[in-house]
Design a binder for this molecule. Structure first.
Ligand SMILES: Cc1cc2nc3c(=O)[nH]c(=O)nc-3n(C[C@H](O)[C@H](O)[C@H](O)COP(=O)(O)O)c2cc1C
Ligand code: SF4
Length: 452
């Protein structure tokens, strides 16, 4: 197999690369200029379709296909660049924006041209202070050079680009939550249909794409469809940024072909370089929190769009891996996961609002040492009855909550059972009453007649 040659990260570390001047010296913007001057938008869409590029934001939807859903007779098209990066364990968008901001802007120009976009909004989470200033500087420079605004590169094509800062909510990364927030409303997801391609931002046809998806686009045109299709696995083409956090020797963001194994990500010399301080792996959440967990024995799972399903995971997600060491208390891991989704549910759908909250309370009860074996079945039961997959919710947040909770309970059940069997209920009940009265209000504990 040919050695993998990084492209998304190839400019990282070059002095001054954040400036237009240095980016241009590396060949930057030549591809966008060529595409905009020499091709038709429809041809550009076809090239991206042929490349097999799938969205890097989590769902893996084919980018070119998404662009082709826009109504042909539209007058205005908006483009939302999803830079919310809210998935726990994920930080590749942040790295792309801070290390090589013009690469993203070049991707926006080509994607904007292909979709006949009039205005692009980069929706960025508010916590990205530094990245906001870096990117704003790059946008200003690109405007000054005539790459945004009227008649870019002297062509007939015009596009504006604004950075919009969100207020920092997980659900604003969901594409319609993002659009609502962009419009200045409360950031919660919309019922679909209509999908954004038909009625999105400000009721106009809108495309939403992830930062990394757009960063791939210039390279497809520079190096060709065959090059892109030559990287990765059968249904997962191209380069991918993987991130790894937890007690590994080299936590960080690494570029590799789609299909890298979780084991290679954690232990590979080019990646995580193994565990720190003699720790062992208990498990790994390989795709951002929402995809679910792999045990140590499952680390040979290929992180691409297909193989993850063989391990009971929701999908590839963002390929942001969180490594759980052997000395971690699995009850605390569960509680931490459940707390996140309970906190982030926007509350519109009853089964998501209540379900995530029940799961948190049950997880808190188990973590406090007052769980019951039947709690484990109850948790699994709740996870199968709340998400978009059974057709109950407006957005995918409860599916994202269900997979980590279900897989952690199922794959580490014996560990949970051992903890529960070793509890001393009398003492624990008193402690929990004092420290977490909310958990005591739950069904089962305290024999309260609440049915879930
Ligand atoms: C609760 C939730 C949070 C999400 N957060 C993000 C996010 O932070 N960034 C992102 O790109 N996509 C996120 N998504 C997926 C987006 O809805 C959408 O699919 C994606 O931005 C499309 O871009 P892509 O096709 O380029 O992947 C989220 C989805 C859900 C359900
Ligand atoms: S599923 Fe949950 S997060 Fe999504 S819209 Fe409904 S309540 Fe909000």
């Amino acid at each position: 197999m040919a050695k993998f040659e990084p492209v998304l990260t190839k400019n990282f570390g070059i002095e001054g690369i954040r400036t237009l001047d240095v980016y241009r010296k590396q060949g930057g913007y030549k591809t966008a200029e060529k595409v905009i001057k020499e091709q038709k938008p429809e041809e550009v869409v076809e090239v991206v379709k042929a490349s097999g590029l799938r969205g890097r934001g989590g769902a893996g939807f084919p980018a070119g296909l998404k662009w082709s859903f826009l109504p042909p007779d539209r007058e205005v098209t908006y483009f939302c660049v999803n830079a919310d990066e809210s998935e726990p364990g994920t930080f590749c968008n942040r790295v792309l924006m801070e290390e090589d901001p013009h690469q993203l802007l070049e991707g926006i120009l080509i994607a904007g041209f292909a979709t006949k976009t009039t205005t692009a909004f980069i929706y960025m989470r508010v916590e990205f202070h530094e990245q906001f200033h870096i990117l704003q500087k790059a946008v200003d420079e690109a405007y000054a050079a005539g790459y945004f605004g009227k008649n870019v590169f002297g062509s007939d094509y015009s596009i504006d680009c604004y950075i919009h800062r969100g207020a920092g909510a997980y659900v604003c990364g969901e594409e319609t939550g993002l659009i609502e927030s962009l419009e200045g409303k409360r950031g919660w997801p919309r019922i679909k249909p209509p999908f954004p391609a038909i009625e999105g931002a400000f009721k106009r046809p809108t495309v939403v794409n992830n930062v990394e998806t757009l960063c791939c686009v210039p390279h497809i045109f520079e190096r060709g469809v065959d090059w892109f299709r030559g990287i990765g696995t059968e249904n997962s083409k191209g380069p991918k940024l993987y991130t790894v956090s937890g007690p590994v020797n080299r936590p960080g963001c690494f570029e590799a072909a789609l299909g890298l194994t979780a084991r290679d990500l954690i232990f590979g010399d080019d990646h995580g370089q193994g565990m720190r301080d003699g720790k062992k792996v208990k498990g790994c959440i390989p795709g951002g929190l929402s995809v679910g967990v792999l045990t140590e024995a499952e680390l040979d799972c290929h992180l691409c769009f297909d193989d993850v399903r063989n391990y009971g995971l929701l999908g590839l997600g963002t390929a942001g891996a969180i490594v759980i060491p052997d000395d971690a208390d699995i009850r605390q891991v569960l509680k931490n996961i459940a707390r996140f989704y309970s906190h982030e549910s926007c509350g519109q759908c009853t089964q998501c609002r209540e379900g995530t909250n029940w799961m948190y309370k049950i997880a808190a009860r188990i973590a406090a040492g007052a769980g019951r074996i039947s709690d484990l079945d109850l948790l699994v039961d709740i996870t199968t009855n709340m998400g978009m997959m059974p057709g109950l919710s407006i957005c995918g947040l409860p599916d994202g909550a269900a997979f980590p909770i279900r897989t952690i309970v199922q794959k580490f059940r014996s560990e949970f059972e051992e903890h529960i069997r070793n509890q001393k209920p009398g003492v624990v009940e008193q402690v929990i009453r004092k420290t977490n009265p909310a958990a005591y209000e739950l069904p089962i504990l305290g024999q309260r007649a609440v049915s879930v």
